[in-house]
Design a protein around this ligand. Structure first.
Ligand code: HEC
Length: 303
């Protein structure tokens, strides 16, 4: 009885989570607010149409015909409110991440191509008025962004400045989100929270005071702008001596379990070969017993 109840709970739970994923597709607010960096032109709509035929039509069907394929949840016709009610940023996000049967186009379409598909989708909406991302400083595009990192020892803070250059003009990168990491042996450790640059392009991070560094206390830091779609890949690596000096046994040290010099210590060789011999010994013993049974049977037959 208990088993039946447990199984029903598991099955119900499964359908519940299924139903949950088929609910409304919610996009984080800041993603939904994203705008295209360029104004949609007739050429973009045309390029978007080609991309649509190639990547989307197989599921979403011919625009306006409602002949999308029967999937659960249904893909929907791009001319209908189901898709048009989304903000540009929301469509962009849904294209990027995908959900359920809807594939993620993050690495299939470039950011520009994604906006072109959106331009095509919007060409079926007469009420649509495009908003272009105007608040982005010009330097964010095509320009070069210089990152300077500075350690403020007294406050144990990391300060960085992000300054854009374009056509001999200099402009601070204002209001951009920056994240800071410390490089660890495996992967990256996030330091502090994501912070925004101020109107001078400056940002400051609080550093922990108990972070293990190398034997001299150096920590490899990496600072980067979060929004790669807007700024490109802007990262700055820097090594700073604010960590706690930590001794890590090198890979060729005998004492370390993961050393590369004495790969197979004696105790390991003995244990391994001992285990191997035992297993083969048991198999041999069983075969021997089988042979004895066979001989015994034969002897009985002869008697
Ligand atoms: C393999 C089939 C498939 C392909 C290919 C596909 N989609 Fe979808 N799409 C779906 C399905 C299924 C959903 C519904 C997903 C959900 O609601 O969980 C969906 C949902 C969407 C939505 C969100 C609709 C909403 O409810 O807000 C948009 C926008 C969208 N697709 C656009 C596109 C575009 C543009 C392309 C091509 C670049 C594309 N899709 C390619 C199957 C597909």
């Amino acid at each position: 009885m208990k088993i039946i109840i447990t199984i029903s709970i598991i099955i119900l739970g499964f359908f519940y989570t299924q139903a949950q994923t088929e609910g409304e597709w919610i996009v984080p607010e800041e993603e939904a607010a994203l705008l295209s960096p360029f104004e949609f032109t007739a050429d973009d709509v045309k390029a978007g149409e080609e991309l649509y035929l190639l990547n989307c039509k197989s599921c979403h069907g011919d625009p306006g015909k409602g002949n999308y394929i029967a999937l659960q949840p249904p893909p929907g016709d791009i001319t209908t409110d189901k898709i048009q009610h989304n903000s540009d940023g929301a469509i962009y996000h849904k294209l990027k991440t995908g959900r359920g049967p809807m594939p993620a186009f993050e690495n299939v379409l470039t950011p520009n191509q994604k906006w072109q598909v959106i331009a095509y989708i919007r060409s079926f909406n007469d009420d649509y008025v495009q908003k272009v991302a105007v608040e982005i400083p010009e330097t964010a595009f095509g320009g070069k962004i210089d990152v300077l990192v500075n350690y403020m020892k007294d406050e144990n803070k990391l300060q960085a400045s992000f300054i854009g250059h374009k056509d001999d003009e200099t402009q601070p990168i204002v209001g951009a989100e920056v994240h800071a990491f410390a490089k660890r042996k495996f992967g990256k450790l996030t330091l502090d929270q994501v912070r925004k640059t101020d109107d001078k392009g400056l940002v400051a991070f609080n550093l922990p005071d108990d972070l293990p560094g190398d034997s001299s206390g150096y920590v490899q830091l990496s600072l980067g702008l979060v929004n790669m779609e807007l700024y490109g890949e802007i990262n700055k690596d820097k090594s700073l001596a604010f960590g706690v000096p930590t001794y890590l046994p090198p890979l060729n040290e005998e004492r370390a379990m993961w050393n590369v010099r004495m790969k197979a210590p004696i105790w390991l060789l003995i244990t391994y070969h001992g285990a191997l011999l035992t297993v083969f010994g048991i198999i041999f013993y069983i075969l021997l017993q089988l042979r004895n049974i066979y001989l015994e049977g034969k002897k009985n037959e002869e008697d």
